[in-house]
Ligand binder design. Structure first.
Ligand SMILES: NC(=O)c1ccc[n+]([C@@H]2O[C@H](COP(=O)([O-])OP(=O)(O)OC[C@H]3O[C@@H](n4cnc5c(N)ncnc54)[C@H](O)[C@@H]3O)[C@@H](O)[C@H]2O)c1
Length: 281
């Protein structure tokens, strides 16, 4: 595997692009927004500088890493030589399906098509393509360069060859893979969204402040991050979409906390907008 295309240059897409380029894969990043592509370039530069400062890579490697990444507004151009396409657009089924249809049209016949969805059905997305056996979900975690796991989620028609190649890809970029059979929310989001939503309900009920609830989970259960700071990092809009999908598919216990809905309506989307459960300056 040499050529990876990443569709969507947001929080996840840019992290995936960095991790692939670091492993010396050739990466094409595509987005419909010029601003997102520009932000992505700046993110890659920042990650390069940080990695050099920490002694993780040399100046020479950073130069190569930058050269490994290409940017485009055209999906046709971005996937033309892909061995693997990773979709990281918004968590909206119609947007994902439309993206997959286009990618299926333009990517080489052998290419694997993966979605980075946190919750949704890879089978439903794959059914809209002419290669459902080559479709899979590769669920990365935020921030991608730091987080070791990829959940490899097999849809109904995903072939063993596609799964094996996905595991090899994961290893090649120094991630650990787990094999999960498709069910809404997979393993991690299904549990994590519930914990986050309960923490939000506790804030709403006045059980404790965001700071104290997060501290309790970190020191009491050894979680590396509190559920509310994690929700801010994920993006509250993204988290709300995850909750809405899980509520539709798994029922009442996933009903989104009203505070989450209120914050999203107010444009308080967490770290990316400077305000969520915490303020960031
Ligand atoms: N944020 C997280 O912590 C996290 C973790 C794991 C998985 N995910 C999943 O990854 C996916 C992306 O989430 P994100 O947080 O990076 O979102 P984001 O909002 O940060 O970025 C989405 C990007 O997709 C672009 N986009 C929208 N429509 C597009 C299209 N048709 N073609 C190309 N680009 C398009 C947007 O311009 C934006 O740059 C979602 O499915 C989400 O559930 C998110």
């Amino acid at each position: 595997m040499h050529h990876v295309s990443v569709i969507g240059a947001g929080t996840m897409g840019r992290g995936i692009a960095f991790s692939c380029a670091l492993a010396d894969l050739s990466v094409f990043v595509q987005d419909i927004s010029e601003e997102s592509l520009e932000d992505c370039k700046q993110y890659i530069e920042k990650q390069c500088q940080r990695s050099i400062q920490k002694g993780k890579i040399t100046e020479e490697q950073a130069k190569q890493l930058r050269e490994n990444i290409h940017y485009s507004l055209s999906i046709k151009e971005a996937v033309a030589n892909a061995d693997l396409v990773i979709e990281a657009v918004l968590e909206i089924m119609d947007v994902k399906v439309e993206t997959f249809k286009q990618v299926d049209n333009y990517a080489p016949k052998h290419a694997i098509l993966a979605t980075n969805t946190s919750t949704m059905s890879p089978t439903e997305i794959a059914a809209q393509t002419n290669r459902p056996d080559q479709c899979i979900a590769l669920h990365f975690f935020n921030p991608v360069p730091k987080m070791k796991l990829i959940e490899v989620i097999c849809g109904l028609e995903t072939s063993e060859e596609t799964i094996a190649t996905s595991f090899q890809f994961g290893e090649s970029i120094e991630k650990e893979c787990v094999r999960i059979n498709e069910f809404p929310g997979f393993a991690v989001s299904r549990m994590n969204c519930l914990i986050g939503n309960e923490a939000m309900n506790m804030v709403m009920e006045g059980v404790g402040s965001a700071e104290d609830i997060d501290k309790a989970m970190k020191l009491g259960l050894n979680h590396p991050m509190g559920p509310l700071e994690l929700a801010d990092l994920v993006g509250l809009d993204t988290r709300l979409r995850n909750m809405e999908y899980l509520y539709q598919t798994l029922g009442e216990k996933y009903r989104p906390c009203p505070i989450l809905t209120k914050y999203v309506k107010a444009g308080h989307l967490g770290k990316k907008t400077g305000r969520g459960f915490y303020s960031y300056s």
